[in-house]
Write a protein that binds this ligand. Structure first.
Ligand code: P1T
Length: 379
């Protein structure tokens, strides 16, 4: 096990992963098991049933919690399962939840089509452009912040929103999926909970769907741990193992994602066929609160929606697909794909143009990636 003073890259490889006590196996085994023998009733070694706890999951929870600087960590079957457990543990019908106006379409769908039906009130606001003190009413129970946002890469000042949340007694949750703890650590900036779709950069290889939450408050942890077990949206041991393996290379992958992304931002910004490029580096708050800007880029083409449709179908290395954060490059149109569950007028009001294109820049050779975009421009 890594000493507690170890730095990020060391923790990514060792945290929560001492050699297996029974065999000495250096890598955490895949405990592909549902139940555990008891010597007498209640006489077990900390594990009774794998919905409640599983050693491979325990290792992943501990590793990711350390990377985010949280005392506690909980893994889920998907990012949305993590979101659902956070909301249902902490919010009751009648409560007010304030959410960024530019979030993953599935998060919006869960809030608007499921939890709103349950009686929770949701309001949406642009945290990147307004003073949080003016945005967050005194009766707010919870603030849900994505920064950078999906898909417009808008950046909000986590410390400022956290200060306002403390003033009014609201819980601040930050979705850190795009930045990862390698580039941004929301708990250290005052957030109460940090949440991830581990499907993305943390696993990094587009072969797992998973979610994770880290936090420091024991009472909130107990509520969420209870619901993790009571509702049971837990990841299987194989998925936990794959994610543990993926996390070991997080820092080297993120550096390369970012290097490639910056080169592509430069290329797109200089291209006459491009109207506008979105990347977090353009924000002064990002330069203050993030140590890097990641591998996600969005851009608008000059021309209509059909031009965007043709563009995303024309690339050969950038695969036309939803999701992000894997080693391979992906391209998509949020209005027609990842954010299609948001009503068109709400989507447009949030600034998500119909013809917006989103890139998840992978770690391939950047000249090949630029060449692929050049081909799609018809060059
Ligand atoms: O897909 P799932 O693991 O349930 O994670 C949901 C989720 C939560 N938060 C953010 C910021 C996300 O981007 C996602 C999932 N996003 C996509 C699938 C996508 O293509 O944008």
């Amino acid at each position: 096990m890594a000493p507690s003073s170890a730095r990020f890259d060391t923790l990514a490889i060792h945290a929560g992963q001492a050699p297996d006590p029974t065999t000495g196996a250096v890598m955490t085994p895949i405990y592909q098991v549902s139940t555990y023998a008891q010597a007498g009733v209640g006489g077990h070694k900390g594990y009774e049933y794998s919905r409640t706890d599983n050693p491979t999951r325990t290792a992943l929870q501990a590793c990711l919690a350390e990377l985010e600087g949280g005392k506690f960590g909980l893994c889920f079957a998907s990012g949305l399962a993590a979101t659902d457990v956070i909301l249902r543990s902490l919010v009751r019908p009648g409560d007010l939840v304030l959410c960024g106006d530019d979030v993953y379409g599935g998060t919006y769908r869960l809030f608007d089509k499921v939890l709103r039906e349950w009686g929770v009130n949701f309001q949406y606001a642009d945290f990147s452009s307004s003073d949080p003190a003016a945005l967050v009413p005194g009766r707010t129970r919870l603030v849900w912040l994505e920064t950078p946002t999906n898909p417009l890469l808008k950046v909000s000042d986590i410390a400022a929103v956290a200060a306002r949340c403390r003033e009014v007694g609201a819980i601040l949750v930050v979705d850190n999926t795009f930045a990862t703890p390698y580039f941004q650590r929301p708990l250290s900036l005052g957030a109460d909970i940090v949440v991830h779709s581990t499907t993305k950069y943390l696993n990094g290889h587009s072969d797992v769907v998973g979610g994770f939450a880290a936090l420091g408050d024991a009472a909130i942890y107990e509520k969420m741990k209870f619901l993790q077990n009571a509702a049971g949206a837990v990841p299987g041991p194989m998925d936990c193992w794959l994610t543990l393996r993926g996390v070991k290379t997080l820092s080297v992958r993120m550096e390369r994602h970012q290097k490639n992304a910056i080169a592509i931002v430069d290329y797109l910004s200089a291209h006459p066929g491009v109207e506008r490029v979105y990347y977090p580096m353009q924000s002064p708050v990002a330069r203050r609160q993030m140590s890097g800007f990641g591998g996600m880029i969005s851009f608008e083409l000059r021309g209509d929606l059909d031009r965007a449709r043709r563009f995303v179908a024309a690339t050969r290395i950038f695969t036309l697909a939803e999701s992000l954060g894997g080693v391979e490059s992906l391209i998509e149109t949020p209005a027609l794909m990842t954010h299609a569950s948001i009503e068109p007028e709400k989507r447009r009001a949030a600034g998500i143009a119909d013809g917006l294109i989103r890139l998840s820049v992978g770690i391939e050779d950047v000249d090949d990636l630029v060449g692929d975009l050049e081909r799609a421009f018809g060059g």
